[in-house]
Design a protein around this ligand. Structure first.
Ligand code: GTP
Length: 769
């Protein structure tokens, strides 16, 4: 395959702005997925992704695209554009040319083929004119003429050749003739090559992108087929490392902005990532159908202008599309071909010198931007080949992990896995590594591929690799202790497709055996918890999300995740911080101010531009992973958006509070609170505990303790005997009884360990901010 025809790109956008829907339209227009098999959000394969409508895993796809055919045969929509220009006549002409070629073979002069073709046209009742002069016009004035070999049915020009090869100069010349004339389609038929070569050249002003001369196809866009590799990326900050790896695998990106929502926090964050990756960016406004239906042309112009300003380009360079109706999507595809550069090979010194010395080629290198597990083929890495060719028979070595294996298969995503012999420079596809341990095949690592094992793979590493670091930690315990093995098996399976999950065994006096799991962020945690429940049917109790604290003690630094792990004596606690950017409409500012205190914002900078306000601040990661997201949404009716990136550690003015119930400190309930609000938070917590905890046969004092000293206290009185008292509140009582039955097993376990009963499901409730 010729790399000139490849375009690698991704779609970057704020959550819900329509990436997956746009990807669906691309699949449909290019005929990659048959319309009959089209299902909404085809690339979002996980059930959960479909349901929540968010992209979690990236799904790359290879599409074949013929810019001048616009729609493929597979597209069954009743759309005038779906018809190939002059389809029937073209079909007849092709038939005539193939017949001539079949009967005359190679090696005749052009005039011989010309005359034979004229005979074939007659037989097929095709009206034709031979060697007729047609005028070339400039500003409406005739400035010259051109004589094509044939004009068929007054519609199609035919230029005949009998040359060993034809290339761009001939197609460009023909394109220029079309441009200066009233004709739209020409066929360049070359009888001089081994297999008959027919090229369609189209110039159709009525079909071109109307507003934007910069986006009109240049003659170079007359090549018949392109390979478009699209990577759909997750838009959430939790996955920014994955996004950055995906961006490293492509040359261009479509920045997609929802016309009804405008530029949002993650539009900016992802644009920033794309710019640092040096991508060519195409701005596109999506969901224009909604504003069109409202007749809001001003709104359309405004959002177009905003995106243009953001990208520092003119308004008419911004594409206007509706991923839902398909409006403007074909134009966008053509602009992708026009503006996004084709891939170039990165050459290492080793490779250059190997080629100079004509010794065996240096290894090929490919960047892993995703991976998943297959029972038979081991870890399958989604890759972008940056240098050389990866053959299906090669031995691979991984630059970071050093693991080595014989390749099981290489191929591309059609979207189903489709095996090929090799993947060349610039291509995006997969390598079935045969490696069984997903931890050895990490996103961002480089696959070094050659005939034998590479001895020094590190020297071939493509830059930018980072060990994925978990930043949010949550312990999971089975609600029913008998389900421990099931939980373990479920995590093992989840980890197979998610190398970012860090899992280790954990133990809690109240909740028993479980696992401490490290996540990339809060959403990553929520998704995993949901998958556990849905795909593996395990009911778990999870602790409140925590972060990695660094504690300075006399003996040196220690790292802790759970507050109860902190030693009695220490000098200082340091906590991880994030830089947060919130975008909101100014009318919500008053509702956001109280959150700034509550979630410990510092270094706050507020700037209002156009109709949006941007708040930049530093805040503790621990605060972000508490329910900040929910509280921001409810303070702004869901209109504010935010993105974040991890920043350095900072000394934290926080204190650990233990909770003792009936005299016993309950592990898992200890928490860090800022010193400044300690008293208030402790009071609030014990009050909430009093409301949430069930009464027992004995009185339960609830105490909040700072270094053993009680700073807040509430009491739950003992339960009075209520035998026979089911009359009035019978319904309620029955419901409770049912609940208690359900939790019986868990409770028995709790009873054996402590006098205090805290139903596991209340844990999370208790730990809310
Ligand atoms: P994430 O993967 O979560 O980042 O979302 P996404 O950007 O992939 O958005 P998605 O394609 O899931 O679209 C979000 C919602 O917008 C869906 O309900 C789509 O049907 C809808 N949508 C997408 N494009 C259009 C459009 O052009 N017009 C209209 N009216 N709705 C659209």
């Amino acid at each position: 395959m010729n790399e000139v025809y490849i375009r690698n790109f991704c779609i970057i956008a704020h959550i819900d702005h329509g990436k997956s829907t746009l990807a669906d339209r691309f699949l449909e227009i290019t005929g990659t997925v048959d319309t009959r098999h089209m299902q909404e959000q085809y690339l979002d394969q996980l059930e959960l992704e479909r349901e929540r409508g968010i992209t979690i895993k990236m799904a790359p796809v290879r599409m074949r695209y013929h810019p001048h055919r616009r729609m493929t045969q597979n597209d069954t929509r009743n759309d005038a554009e779906s018809k190939l220009l002059y389809e029937t006549i073209t079909y007849e002409i092709r038939g005539a040319a193939f017949e001539v070629r079949k009967r005359l073979g190679l090696g005749h002069k052009e005039i011989v083929y010309h005359n034979a073709l004229a005979e074939e046209f007659k037989k097929r009742n095709l009206r034709f004119e031979s060697e007729k002069n047609i005028g070339i016009f400039y500003d409406g004035k005739k400035i010259g003429s051109y004589q094509p070999d044939f004009i068929i049915e007054e519609k199609i020009l035919i230029e005949l050749k009998a040359l060993p090869e034809i290339g761009r100069p001939q197609t460009e010349q023909l394109w220029s003739y079309l441009k200066g004339s009233d004709y739209k389609l020409a066929l360049l038929i070359n009888f001089g090559t081994k297999t008959l070569d027919i090229q369609r050249v189209v110039y159709d002003t009525a079909r071109e992108i109307p507003r934007d001369s910069a986006s009109l196809p240049r003659p170079s866009a007359q090549v018949e087929e392109y390979i478009l590799n699209l990577i759909d990326t997750p838009g959430h900050s939790d996955f920014s490392y994955e996004v950055s790896r995906a961006l490293a695998a492509v040359e261009g990106g479509i920045l997609l902005v929802d016309a009804t929502q405008g530029i949002q926090a993650q539009t900016l964050a992802n644009l920033h990532l794309a710019r640092s990756a040096g991508l060519t960016i195409i701005g596109a406004v999506n969901k224009i159908d909604i504003l069109e239906a409202r007749g809001d042309t001003e709104g359309l112009a405004r959002i177009r202008h905003e995106v243009a300003e953001l990208l520092n380009i003119s308004d008419d360079e911004i594409m206007m599309v509706s991923a839902k109706t398909g409006e403007g999507v074909s134009d966008l595809l053509r602009v992708i071909i026009e503006r996004i550069p084709s891939p170039v090979e990165i050459e290492t010194d080793q490779r250059a010198s190997a080629q100079n010395q004509r010794v065996s080629a240096a290894p090929a290198r490919a960047l892993i931007f995703d991976s998943f597990y297959d029972d038979h083929k081991g870890v399958i890495a989604s890759v972008r080949v940056f240098e050389g060719t990866v053959n299906g028979t090669d031995i691979i070595t991984l630059a970071a992990s050093g693991a080595s294996s014989k390749i099981k298969e290489v191929g591309f995503f059609a979207p189903p896995l489709t095996a090929t012999q090799k993947l060349g420079t610039g291509e995006i596809g997969y390598i079935a590594t045969g490696i069984k341990d997903i931890a050895l095949v990490k996103i961002g690592d480089t696959i070094v591929s050659s005939k034998s094992k590479c001895q020094n793979p590190k020297t071939f590493a493509l830059h930018g690799y980072q060990e994925p670091q978990p930043v949010v930690f949550v312990s999971f315990y089975p609600e029913d202790n008998d389900e421990y093995d099931l939980l373990k098996r479920s995590f093992d399976k989840l980890r197979l497709n998610d190398s970012a999950l860090h899992i280790e065994p954990d133990q809690n006096e109240v909740l028993g055996r479980g696992f401490k799991v490290g996540f990339l962020g809060h959403l990553h945690f929520e998704i995993t918890a949901e998958r556990l429940r849905r795909e593996f049917h395990v009911t778990t109790v999870s602790t409140f999300p925590s972060v990695l604290y660094k504690v300075k003690t006399r003996g040196g630094w220690i790292e802790i995740v759970k507050p109860e792990e902190i030693p009695e004596e220490y000098e200082a606690i340091w906590e991880p911080m994030v830089k947060i950017v919130i975008l909101t409409s100014p009318e919500f500012l008053n509702n956001i101010y109280p959150l700034q205190n509550k979630f410990r914002f510092s270094n706050i900078m507020t700037e209002t531009f156009q109709n949006q306000t941007e708040i930049k601040a530093i805040m503790p990661l621990a605060e972000l992973v508490s329910d900040f997201d929910d509280q921001l949404k409810s303070a702004t009716a869901g209109y504010a958006s935010f993105s974040y990136e991890l920043a350095d550690y900072m000394k934290a003015d926080i204190v650990k509070i233990d909770i003792a119930i009936a005299g016993e400190i309950i592990p898992g309930l200890s928490r860090f609170f800022p010193k400044s609000t300690l008293q208030y938070e402790a009071r609030e917590l014990v009050e909430r505990l009093k409301k949430t905890l069930p009464q027992q046969q004995f009185a339960q004092p609830i105490q909040a303790k700072d270094h053993g000293k009680v700073i807040a206290r509430e009491d739950i009185p003992a339960l009075r005997k209520e035998l026979g008292n089911f009359g009035k509140n019978g319904g309620d009582r029955t419901r409770k009884m049912k609940l208690w039955q359900k939790q019986k097993k868990g409770k028995e376990r709790l009873k054996a360990r402590a006098h205090v009963r805290i139903p596991p499901h209340l844990f999370k409730e208790l730990l809310k901010k």
